[in-house]
Design a protein around this ligand. Structure first.
Ligand code: SF4
Length: 379
C-alpha cells in the first residue's frame, strides 16, 4: 500500500517504475478479489438532461431552449425498464442533471406538469415504481444531495452514486471547466460523500481525470474518498474515468489522458484505497482497456445490452460475451454482479432498506445459482 506522500512522487512513473507499481497494484487486487473481474448488466435511464451546471466537458446536458431537452415521463421510464428486463438486466441506473428547476423556468414548469416541485421528489417516485413494478434494482446518480434528499431516495434505491471528480477548487475559477457550476464545489461533493456515509448508503464515486487537475490533486481526491470510507464503510466502488474529447464541447481540443497516465492513476488508486473498495474503469473509453487489468482493477462497471452510454454517446459498450473472452485471455474471469456489492447483502445489511435488501438477495441468489453468472448470459 502507498502513503499519500509516496504517491505524490509517482506522477511521472514510467518504464520499469510504472511496471513495478502496476505489479504491486495487481497483487493487491488478486489478494482481495481473486481472479474475478465483475460488471453490472444494466439499463440506463437519463431522467432529465437539463442541469443547472455547465461543465465544459459535458455533452449530456441540454439547455432548456434546445428541442432535445427533456424530462422522461413515467411511461417512458417503464418502457425503457421493460427493455432492460427483456435483455437480462438486473440494474436500472437513473442519471440526471443537477437541480435544473432551481435555474430554469422551463424545467420548473415541465416538472410541475408531472405534478412535482423538485426533480428529486420525482426521482424518488419513479424509483419506487421501478422497485415495485419491475425485476430491476434502481441505482441513482443524482449528483450532490442534502440529508433530506438522501432520505427521500434511500427507501427505493439499492445504491447511489456521485463522481467526486476532483477536489480542485482551482477548476471552479473563470476559464476552468467547473466555472459557474455550484454543484461542482469540492466542498459540496465531499459533504454528499459524508452524508451518504452517515445515512448508510452503499455509494459509488470516482475521479474524472484529464480535466486540468494536477497529479497532487488526484492523490488528494483519492485520500479524501478513502478517509470517508474509513469513517463509514460505505464506498463500495471508485471509478477512474478518463476525459474524452467530443465535438461541440468547449474542451473539444483539450488533450485526453494517455493510456500511461490512466494505468499510473489506476495503480496508485488501488494502492491508496482500502482493498475492499472495488476499483472500476470503463471499458468503452479506451480501445486498449484490457491493459487496465494489469493495473489492479477488478470491475468494468455498468454495461448495457440495450441502451447507449448517454454521457459518452460516441463510445459503444463492448459486447458482453466479447469482453468475457478478452478478460479470459488476460487470465481472469468475467462475472456478473448487482449494483450493490455482496458485502452489503451479507454483512453490512443495515445499509439497505429491508424491501430492497430482500429483492437484492433474491437476485444475487439467482445470479449465483445460474451458469449465466459467467459470461453475462441472460437469466
Ligand atoms: S453536473 Fe453533470 S450533467 Fe450537469 S453539466 Fe456537469 S457533467 Fe453535465
Amino acid at each position: 500500500m502507498l502513503t499519500a506522500d509516496q504517491a505524490r512522487h509517482l506522477g511521472n512513473a514510467r518504464g520499469s517504475d510504472l511496471r513495478d507499481l502496476m505489479q504491486q497494484a495487481a497483487a493487491v487486487k488478486r489478494q482481495y478479489w481473486g481472479e474475478t473481474v465483475t460488471y453490472s448488466r444494466k439499463v440506463f435511464v437519463p431522467l432529465t438532461n437539463m442541469c443547472r451546471d455547465t461543465c465544459t466537458y459535458c455533452t449530456f446536458v441540454k439547455h432548456p431552449s434546445s428541442p432535445e431537452a427533456h424530462i422522461m415521463t413515467p411511461s417512458q421510464v417503464m418502457q425503457t425498464a421493460r427493455s432492460g428486463e427483456k435483455t437480462g438486466c438486473k440494474e436500472l441506473l437513473f442519471s440526471l442533471g443537477e437541480k435544473p428547476e432551481l435555474r430554469y423556468e422551463h424545467a420548473k414548469s415541465a416538472l410541475a406538469a408531472l405534478g412535482y416541485d423538485t426533480m428529486i421528489g420525482y426521482l424518488a417516485d419513479v424509483c419506487e415504481m421501478v422497485l415495485q413494478e419491475t425485476t430491476l434494482l434502481p441505482h441513482v446518480n443524482a449528483g450532490t444531495l442534502s440529508d433530506d434528499e438522501i432520505d427521500q431516495l434511500r427507501p427505493y434505491a439499492a445504491s447511489m452514486g456521485m463522481m467526486l471528480e476532483t477536489t480542485s477548487k482551482r477548476l471552479m475559477k473563470k476559464g476552468q471547466p467547473h466555472y459557474g457550476c455550484p454543484d461542482k464545489s469540492p466542498l459540496q461533493r465531499l459533504r454528499t460523500l459524508e452524508r451518504a456515509g452517515q445515512k448508510k448508503v452503499p455509494f459509488t464515486t470516482g475521479l474524472l481525470i484529464g480535466i486540468g487537475e494536477t497529479w497532487g490533486e488526484r492523490i488528494e481526491a483519492l485520500e479524501a474518498i478513502n478517509a470517508s470510507h474509513a469513517r463509514y464503510g460505505h464506498i463500495q466502488e471508485v471509478i477512474i474515468q478518463n476525459f474524452q474529447r467530443k465535438p461541440g464541447i468547449s474542451m473539444e481540443n483539450s488533450p485526453e489522458p494517455s493510456l500511461t497516465d490512466m494505468l499510473r492513476t489506476l495503480a496508485v488508486a488501488r494502492l491508496i484505497l482500502s482493498p475492499d473498495i472495488s476499483l472500476q474503469a470503463p471499458p468503452n473509453l479506451n480501445e486498449r482497456h484490457i491493459e487496465y487489468l494489469n493495473a489492479g482493477i477488478n470491475d468494468w462497471g455498468g454495461i448495457s445490452p440495450v441502451t447507449i452510454d448517454f454521457i459518452n454517446p460516441q463510445h459503444r459498450w463492448p459486447v458482453i460475451e466479447e469482453l468475457a473472452k478478452s478478460t479470459q485471455l488476460a487470465g481472469q474471469n468475467l462475472e456478473e454482479r448487482l449494483t450493490v456489492y455482496p458485502s452489503y447483502l451479507t454483512e453490512k445489511t443495515e445499509f439497505i432498506n429491508p424491501d430492497v435488501l430482500s429483492k437484492s438477495q433474491g437476485l444475487w441468489e439467482k445470479i449465483g445459482t445460474s451458469t449465466a453468472r459467467h459470461i453475462g448470459g441472460v437469466l
